[in-house]
Design a binder for this molecule. Structure first.
Ligand SMILES: [Zn+2]
Length: 56
């Protein structure tokens, strides 16, 4: 399963993007697939500007 997760270790943030819920903070509607999330996505929880993607 491919997942996108905030890796802001300084803030100990573990936000994980859920395609079923989308990301209202970033105006991403529910049902938006991971691959459709635009580059430059910013973590809505800690506002980290650089967020990496990860595969599980
Ligand atoms: Zn974060």
């Amino acid at each position: 399963m491919v997942a996108m997760r905030c890796q802001n270790d300084y803030a100990l943030c573990s936000y994980k993007y859920d395609p079923d819920k989308g990301d209202p903070e970033n105006h991403i509607p529910p049902g938006t697939l991971l691959k459709e999330v635009p580059a430059g996505w910013i973590c809505p929880r800690c506002r980290a500007e650089e967020v990496k993607t990860a595969e599980e």
